[in-house]
Design a binder for this molecule. Structure first.
Ligand SMILES: O=C(O)CCC(=O)C(=O)O
Length: 294
């Protein structure tokens, strides 16, 4: 059974800061040896030495897919690897005791994973991610019982496209999203339709390898372009406390299994009811009717 260890990872002051700001960064949370393991596995998958696990999506950057740039290597072609939970090496992220410990401090004990992803920002592509709210993609409520963890696999800076957040924006509502009119936008990278200065100041989260940011699913966030010749890679997962309810009218994800990763039911799948008579229609937040799958 996987359990977070008992070491408190978040400084007690970080919990109220998270409630107030919608995010908190834990410096040096993950040791370099773990980061190296995940980065090497990503390379093995992208470079064809390891088969992608069942259900895994390995997505090319749109500029590469359209032939707008010629990548110098396979890693330069990839925007993200999604749904890695069946990969035994990458999945050690979702059950990492330090990550789980923080997640449980923020949303309570007994959690499941609801989304997993590695994000690559190679050089020479646009690669921007417009400001958005991740709750758009999730059928579970209340939002306060969901949290994202995002760990830098290498130095992330303003220059290479670090995350940008709008502190306090998680206190608002889920907003309407759409496709910004950018020439090159990766599939599923939706953005909030109307972003104005009243939403607050944007903060760039520059992070060292192993630093991890935990953020609320209503927090407005995105990321800029990588203007360096290196990569900007990160590994992330979304967690929900098992005591959430399914509140989507949509059948999308209705057949998906959500795996519990801590507590007495660790290893089992979430058994909550998927009541598609629920009040929330995800397409209300995505006029144009595109699928919400990223
Ligand atoms: O890593 C990035 O550049 C953005 C990731 C992100 O915002 C997301 O996946 O929701």
């Amino acid at each position: 059974m996987t359990r977070p260890d008992d070491t408190p990872r978040l400084d007690p002051a970080q919990i109220p800061a998270y409630r107030e700001q919608g995010y908190t960064v834990v410096r040096g949370l993950v040791p370099p040896s773990d980061l190296e393991t995940w980065t090497a596995r990503l390379a093995d998958i992208v470079e064809g030495r390891v088969e992608p696990s069942e259900g895994m999506l390995v997505m090319k950057d749109v500029m590469v897919a359209k032939g707008a740039v010629n990548p110098g290597s396979r890693m330069e072609a990839i925007a993200k690897v999604q749904d890695y939970e069946r990969d035994p090496v990458l999945d050690t992220y979702t059950t990492h005791p330090a990550i789980l410990g923080c997640v449980e401090q923020l949303i309570g004990e007994n959690v499941m994973t609801i989304h997993t992803m590695l994000i690559n920002k190679p050089p020479n592509v646009d690669g921007r991610h417009p400001l958005h709210q991740d709750l758009l993609y999730f059928p579970f409520r209340p939002a306060d019982r969901i949290v994202a963890s995002w760990t830098a696999l290498e130095e992330v800076t303003k220059e290479n496209g670090c995350l940008v957040v709008v502190p306090g924006s998680h206190k608002g509502e889920l907003l309407e999203h759409g496709n910004p009119e950018w020439e090159h936008l990766n599939g599923g990278y939706f953005g909030v339709r109307e972003v104005d200065d009243a939403m607050g100041e944007r903060v760039h989260l520059e992070m060292a390898p192993g630093d991890t940011v935990f953020f609320h699913p209503i927090l407005l966030h995105g990321s800029g372009r990588n203007r360096t010749q290196g990569f900007r890679r990160a590994i992330s997962a979304h967690y929900a406390q098992v005591d959430v309810t399914w509140q989507w009218t949509s059948q999308e994800f209705a057949g998906r299994n959500y795996r519990i990763v801590s507590g007495e039911h660790a290893g089992e799948f979430w058994q909550g009811e998927r009541n598609t008579d629920s009040p929330i229609n995800p397409l209300d937040y995505l006029p144009g009717g595109e699928a919400t799958r990223r």
